[in-house]
Unconditional design. Structure first.
Length: 169
């Protein structure tokens, strides 16, 4: 019984620790929205979002995820998806980018502390994220309504196969 109680208390403490980080960030994002700073950040990062052909307002989720990590980035992705009506393709591409390149400051410093080359760690993560997201952004059509629908995934691969068949003929 003590083990279950200890686990429960640990989980509550973990949730509290996350809430102490996430709630202020969400409040700051709301204040930034009210003073139109989110729009300015989105316009500043428009070349980046245009490069991947994703929704312009998804840039704040990318910035938060890159700086603070997946947990907080996921919260901003959900928040942005609801408030800005992000399409599923943009959400998917943001998640793919952040899966490879998240919490870059913290992670890079941790790797440096154990002797890794800062520039190699940071550069390889950013390069892998950019290349992977770019390739996926070209494979997944912008007008795809539901990228998680099996028919759409099959359509993506059928288009590539037909292009390969044309190039071999």
């Amino acid at each position: 019984m003590n083990l279950i109680l200890d686990i429960f208390i640990s989980l509550l403490l973990f949730i509290w620790d996350m809430a102490k980080i996430i709630i202020p960030i969400m409040i700051i994002i709301e204040v930034f929205k009210d003073i139109k700073l989110i729009d300015k950040i989105s316009k500043l990062l428009k070349p980046f979002t245009k490069f991947f052909n994703i929704h312009e307002n998804s840039s704040i989720s990318l910035v938060i995820g890159i700086v603070f990590g997946l947990l907080i980035g996921a919260g901003t992705i959900i928040n942005s998806a609801k408030q800005y009506n992000l399409d599923k393709r943009s959400i998917f591409l943001i998640c793919m980018f952040l899966s490879l390149c998240h919490a870059v400051i913290e992670d890079t410093l941790i790797f440096a502390a154990v002797g890794a080359n800062l520039y190699m760690v940071l550069g390889s993560r950013i390069l892998a994220a950019v290349l992977t997201t770019f390739v996926l952004s070209k494979l997944i059509k912008p007008n795809t309504k539901d990228i998680l629908n099996n028919e759409n995934v099959i359509d993506i691969f059928e288009v590539n196969e037909s292009n390969e068949n044309k190039s071999t003929n």
